[in-house]
Structures are given as structure tokens and as C-alpha cells.
Design a protein around this ligand. Sequence first.
Ligand code: ZN
Length: 204
Amino acid sequence: MKLVCVGRNYAAHIEELQNERPDEPLLFIKPDSAILPREQDFYIPEFSQDVHYEAELLVRICKVGKHIAPRFAHTYYDAFSVGIDFTARDLQARLKAKGLPWEKAKGFDGAAVIGEWIPKSAFEGRDRLTFTLEKNGEVVQRGDTGLMLWELHELIAYMSTFFTLKKGDIIFTGTPEGVGRVAANDYLVGSLEGTTVFTLNVSG
Ligand code: ZN
């Protein structure tokens, strides 16, 4: 299984990192070895001095699909959650400067936190979802899918023209503004529409 991730999908986050706004969705993939097992602490890897949290809405694919039309995209996922796309920002900056792929900065072991799944039926009729990330008791990121540059169904259609989506694949839909560094002993809490879907300790 794979994690298909979207970069630069919220205007305010593009501005905070002074990135260019893309003309089409920016995609990258994390390997399944990046998934942090539930109940495990996140260990800051020794190759980075600047690991950032990026809280994102997650979507679980429930059947195989290729060249999915936007109007059918809703039939290809069955659950939502919130997770973290951990990013070694210093390493990513060095790779970006050389025009090299980001994999090492985003695909390392433990770099993907996946919260508990909530069936999409729980949100029937909602056209936008909100999520938050708290760090040490303070909200540091607030996401609202209504502010995404590309909405979910467009993203699924676009991704599936390059990558066959398979049952169990997970989409990371991009992070809103407020990304920041983690330090040893930080405590992170992710929530979707007010329901806590993960808690996480950071170790140094
Ligand atoms: Zn991200």
C-alpha cells in the first residue's frame, strides 16, 4: 500500500514557506515503511535538526481505481482521519535547492502518523471538514477543507491518472498554515471535527 500526498494545497501555507503556487496538484508518495505504528512515540531522526509537523486530512481508499472521473470519486473512499506528514525541513530545503526529489525528507521511517478512521457516513451531507493539531495543549494548526486549492474529488481524479489507487491506500491532502518544529517531549493531539483521532509523544 502507498501514501499519496499532496503538497502546497493551502494558499496560506504556500505563503508561510514562500513557495510558488503550483499550476496543478503537487504529488509525492511515502512508502508504507514510513507509517508510525500506533501507540509508538515519534523519534526525531538524527539526520535532521528541524523536523516539522504538518497536520493533514487523511482519506482512505476502499477500491481499486484508475482514471477516476471527479463525479465518481466519492465512491472510492470510505473513511476520513487526520495525520501528520512529518518533514525534515532542513534536508528538504537542501534537496529542493538542488532540484532533487524529497523522498528522504518525507519518506523516512515514522514520518507518517495516521489517526483512527471515522467512516465517511458520519459526515454525510457536509461539504467541508475542519481539523486541528494541538502541541503541548495549544492549537497550532487549524484546517478547513473548504480552503484547499484542489478539492478532494479533483485530487482523486488527478492522482488516479498517474497512480492506480488501491484498496487501503491513504491520501494526505496537504497541510494548512502553522507548520513548525517538534522537540523532544512535545505532545501532539490531532482532531477531526472535534473528535480526537490521535495523540503522540515526541522523543529526542
Ligand atoms: Zn504535507
